[in-house]
Design a protein around this ligand. Structure first.
Ligand SMILES: [Zn+2]
Length: 163
């Protein structure tokens, strides 16, 4: 053990002048990973509907013009390849409900590379900024991982037709 002690002392001496950098770097990492507040989900309970189907799938694809909504160039540009999947912005596994306001159209490549983490605030803001440029007039660009009464009622109506 005593043999290692001088080595550690040497390390510490080399690192000490840079230690102050550690605090802002850790702070920056925390800020960049922070989720968008106030957009849900309100619980981590999983939606019983796992995937976007039928009307909700069609609605998400339609407002995106059938093209991928994923970011390019650090959230500035838009992918724009033909969309193949409708995916959750806040992942289903993290309590993100399968509702249009939590949906995004993705191409095959971006759907595969998507992580299972709640996206950070800058991802959500970037998506909403890009959407203002291509969403049809009147379509809300806001990401909202919350099931509202309208969505719930639409589901109940749909379920009633299947009985
Ligand atoms: Zn894409």
């Amino acid at each position: 053990m005593d043999l290692l002690a001088p080595m550690w002392d040497g390390f510490a001496a080399i690192l000490a002048p840079y230690l102050w950098l550690l605090v802002p770097l850790l702070l920056l990492a925390a800020v960049l990973r922070f989720p968008m507040l106030g957009r849900g989900p309100n619980s981590t309970r999983r939606d019983s509907w796992r995937g976007f189907k039928y009307a909700s799938r069609a609605a998400v694809l339609q407002r995106a013009g059938g093209l991928c909504e994923a970011p390019l160039f650090l959230a500035w540009g838009r992918c724009g390849d033909p969309a193949a999947e409708v995916d959750h912005v806040v992942p289903w596994s993290r309590g993100g409900p399968t509702v249009v306001s939590n949906g995004q159209a993705l191409c095959r490549r971006h759907n595969r590379s998507k992580g299972a983490l709640v996206p950070p605030w800058w991802y959500v803001l970037g998506l909403e900024r890009r959407r203002r440029g291509y969403f049809p007039e009147g379509a809300p660009v806001e990401v909202l991982a919350v099931m509202d009464d309208g969505e719930r009622a639409a589901r109940e109506r749909w379920a009633a037709t299947r009985r």
